[in-house]
Design a protein. Structure first.
Length: 94
């Protein structure tokens, strides 16, 4: 014979304990999710600053050739110039 009262009490207790555990884990996951979102947003902000810096350096080099002295930066500048030339050629075809 099954003791339905005991089973009901066990289920009720299990649900209450489970809900507490789920609530705790949800809070932990929520905090971790918020932390990861903050990390992502900061990385995106830094990326934006790097893009702004690159644009400023590019414009400085165009306005005053020789502004960029770093060899790696010079190579990137050349790549931008080639890509920009290709873009202008493609835009002329429109």
């Amino acid at each position: 014979m099954i003791d339905w009262k005991k089973m009901k009490n066990d289920i009720t207790r299990g649900l209450k304990e489970g809900a507490g555990t789920v609530a705790k884990k949800t809070g932990e996951l929520s905090a971790e999710g918020q932390r990861k979102l903050k990390v992502f947003n900061l990385k995106r902000r830094i990326q934006g600053y790097m893009e702004d810096l690159g644009g400023a350096l590019y414009n400085a080099e165009v306005q005053t050739p020789g502004t960029i002295s770093d060899d790696a930066a010079k190579e990137i500048f050349k790549k931008i110039e080639v890509a920009n030339s290709e873009l202008k050629d493609l835009e002329k075809e429109e």
